[in-house]
Design a binder for this molecule. Structure first.
Ligand code: CA
Length: 197
């Protein structure tokens, strides 16, 4: 589901309280610091996305995940796991890491004997399943997706040099395929500042 136009989702109960989301972030804080330093993405940016996505999950999210699992050939996709990543987005992030020699399929826990292909439902489902089952992989691919987003909307990945608006654009791009700052980007930026402090 695209949370950018969640006119329906607003009415359904959320799955996680802010306190629960903070608890999950606390639980994975060492791993977040690990992937942050490995890929040069600020830990606060990763935490902002995790907080934003977890607190926006609602009862429809597990239903969409179930639909992916029961669809013949797994030809459906859904945003899944604590960073709410689509299989095809995680796959693109993995391939970005491979192409930039930042990681290998093996190091990402994606056992494959061929280059993963977004046009192949089996490959997309392979990544989706990892995203769904493994919170650490979900966090790592979310981090790589922030790199992909920065590269795409800012044209650089040296986050230390980013203006506030550039950070907001990256946070926005994580959620929607647009080039202007959205309410999501503004909100996630407030969490980013909170996690930096
Ligand atoms: Ca979802």
């Amino acid at each position: 589901m695209n949370k950018a136009d969640n006119a329906i989702a607003v009415e359904v109960p959320r799955l996680m309280s802010p306190e629960k989301a903070m608890g999950v972030i606390e639980q994975y804080t060492e791993w977040i610091d690990d992937v942050a330093s490995r890929y040069g993405v600020p830990a606060a940016l990763i935490k902002a996305i995790l907080y934003q996505e977890m607190t926006r999950m609602d009862v429809l999210d597990p239903l969409a995940d179930l639909a992916v699992q029961v669809t013949p050939g797994h030809t459906r996709d859904s945003s899944t796991g604590i960073a709410q990543i689509f299989g095809h987005v995680g796959l693109a992030a993995a391939n970005y890491a491979i192409d930039h020699e930042l990681a290998s399929y093996e190091s990402l826990g994606l056992d494959t004997d061929h280059r993963l292909d977004a046009a192949d439902p089996k490959d997309v489902f392979r990544v989706w399943q990892k995203l769904h089952d493994d919170p650490k992989a979900n966090i790592e691919l979310a981090t790589l997706n922030l790199l992909v987003a920065a590269d795409e909307v800012v044209g650089r990945t040296d986050f230390g040099s980013f203006s506030d608006d550039e950070i907001k654009l990256v946070l926005t791009r994580y959620n929607a395929n647009v080039r202007h700052i959205t309410a999501y980007g503004e909100e996630a930026f407030e969490h980013y500042k909170r996690f930096i402090a």
